[in-house]
Ligand binder design. Structure first.
Ligand SMILES: Cc1cc2nc3c(=O)[nH]c(=O)nc-3n(C[C@H](O)[C@H](O)[C@H](O)COP(=O)(O)O)c2cc1C
Length: 535
């Protein structure tokens, strides 16, 4: 997904500037076109030559070194950019951007671009915690910048605190997530299970299996990169947790079942890539079983529930079948038995495939009997192939929409997005139509009226975002920022409200007006006010 993307990497005068070299290198290796723009201070820490050698592209530094080039080439770069990332971002550049100061090439580029903006601050803990810096960051957040929070740890000064540049893989994950917005899985919620379950025998031992979690993690990351909201339900693994996905940690099959059943009502697709134990010990020893007192040990094992067959609803269900013989036959039987839409069958006898490997050799079989035999591929590529199928299967389910019953009243479909329709009524009113009961996963044969609106603009807002904002505009409220289902609105008297409707995502409502912008921004970011504990 990074291939051929135009990425502007801003590097500023922080001691962490050398880490931007690794970021530039990883982005370039992934196929992105990386244009590095350095502040003058940054060149004191790393030379432009380093970035030029890594990216194979010219590196921009001073604004006045070649003004005509700056005007033409760098404004063009800003216009063409898919994303602008500043890593590391100093307190100075953060302050300048928060105030709209454009006295160097990097700040000019940021002001000139319409691309999404990502900032990864790095500085001394006191500088970072200083209310001035925090206020500047809050202002940038409210303007739509994505801030990759710095990490906690030992800083260059020797102090311990928050201020270290976030891990490079964390910044990369954020770039992928930002670029993925609007992908073919946008607005879809996908649950992925990963890893091998661990069934405890006593406080120190468990029955496990050889699943590494790599396939599930690759699926979660690929779905995120295509714009999906992802819930990853994982057992303990040795792989770093993916950035930008909701993670639910479990250990046993029973815990995994509970987590899956909790998540399913909101989901469009469930992908069960985890290796769930078929059996668990009938009893759990409360203290460690000692070999001295237990010369021989027999374990009684009982069956674990079959999670997939307990999942109800018409979401797309994808299962995995690890087989060592009669691959297609066994996998097809499993697909039917569990009523799956798709099964990913892998022959675990193939070298470099299956458990623990970075590559996988799989066959995709869908419920219509279509068989796609894929070559040995990296698990990240297998993940995208599986998701291509998921998109196709979801399309089969959701895009059969017939707005019947409205034509006879003179309603006309003027636009459509996903399962939402924008209909125009004969008297010039607009209606947004959706089936609230069966919106996510079923074949829809009819749409129904949620709420008619007078202004086309309001209807279009719903069409785009899936939420209605009417009712607030007339009081002069302005939307300053949106995160998940939360809105930050500014009242005409410069009070701030964090708005969300826990019951209906198509509408926003006042939760509590606050005087301080930071408090509202805190809610926007975290989902709770600073004076409250996380719910
Ligand atoms: C050795 C050294 C390390 C520095 N590290 C940081 C840093 O990590 N973060 C920061 O905000 N400023 C840091 N500074 C201060 C900035 O370099 C200084 O504010 C500079 O004006 C930033 O300019 P720029 O934002 O245009 O790159 C450091 C300065 C020195 C001399």
């Amino acid at each position: 997904m990074l291939a051929d993307k135009n990425i502007i990497l801003g590097v500023t005068g922080s001691i962490a500037a050398y880490k931007a070299v690794e970021l530039a290198s990883k982005l370039t290796q992934a196929g992105a076109k990386v244009d590095v723009v350095m502040t003058e201070a940054a060149t004191e820490f790393v030379t432009p030559l380093t970035f030029r050698t890594i990216t194979h592209r010219r590196v921009a530094t001073g604004m006045f070194e070649s003004p005509s080039e700056v005007d033409i080439q760098h404004i063009a770069l800003a216009e063409r950019a898919d994303v602008v990332v500043i890593a590391p971002a100093t307190a100075t550049v953060i302050a300048k951007l928060a105030s709209g100061i454009a006295d160097d090439l990097l700040c000019c580029t940021v002001l000139a671009t319409k691309a999404p903006l990502i900032l990864a601050p790095a500085m001394n803990v006191n500088m970072y915690e200083n209310p001035i810096t925090q206020d500047n960051l809050a202002r940038l957040r409210a303007r739509g910048f994505t801030i990759v929070e710095p990490a906690y740890g030992v800083l260059a000064s020797g102090k311990i605190g928050r201020g270290r540049l976030a891990d490079i893989d964390h910044i990369l994950g954020t770039i992928r997530q930002v670029l993925g917005k609007g992908g073919d899985l946008a607005e879809k919620h996908i649950i992925v299970t990963a890893g091998g379950t661990q069934e405890p025998i006593d406080p120190v031992r468990y029955i496990g299996n050889r699943s590494s979690g790599k396939m599930g993690y690759a699926l979660a990351e690929a779905a995120r990169d295509r714009g999906a909201e992802v819930t990853l339900i994982t057992t303990p693994t040795s792989i770093p947790l993916p950035i930008g996905v909701e993670v639910v940690q479990v250990q046993t099959a029973l815990q995994m079942k509970e987590a899956v059943l909790n998540a399913v009502p909101q989901a469009d697709t469930l992908i069960m890539a985890a290796a769930v134990a078929d059996y668990r010990p009938a009893t759990l020893a409360e203290s460690k079983i000692k070999k001295e007192t237990t010369p021989q040990l027999s374990l009684e094992l009982i069956r674990n529930p079959d999670i997939l067959s307990e999942v109800e609803g018409s979401l797309v269900k994808v299962g995995f079948a690890a087989e060592s013989e009669d691959l297609i036959q066994n996998a097809t039987a499993k697909l039917k038995e569990k009523d799956l839409d798709l099964i990913v069958a892998n022959d675990i006898t193939v070298a470099d495939s299956g458990f623990g490997a970075d590559t996988n050799k799989v066959v995709l079989i869908d419920r219509r009997g279509n068989i796609e035999d894929l070559p040995l591929l990296p698990k990240s590529e297998v993940a995208h192939k599986v998701l291509d199928k998921v998109v196709e299967l979801m399309g089969r389910q959701t895009y059969v929409i017939l707005p019947i019953g409205y034509e006879k009243y003179g309603w006309k479909v003027v636009d459509r997005k996903g399962c939402r329709h924008l209909l125009q009524a004969p008297k010039g009113r607009y209606g947004i139509y959706i089936n609230p009961f069966r919106r996510r996963y079923v074949v829809m044969t009819e749409v129904c009226l949620l709420r008619p609106v007078k202004e086309l603009e309001d209807a279009q807002y719903f069409l785009e975002h899936g939420r209605i904002l009417v009712g607030y505009k007339k009081y002069g409220y302005e939307v300053k920022a949106i995160k998940d289902d939360r809105y930050l609105l500014e009242t005409p008297k410069k009070r701030y409200g964090v708005y969300t409707n826990p019951f209906r995502k198509d509408e926003v409502c006042l939760l509590r007006p606050v005087k301080k912008l930071e408090d509202a921004q805190h809610f926007l970011e975290h989902g709770y006010l600073p004076d409250k504990q996380r719910p």
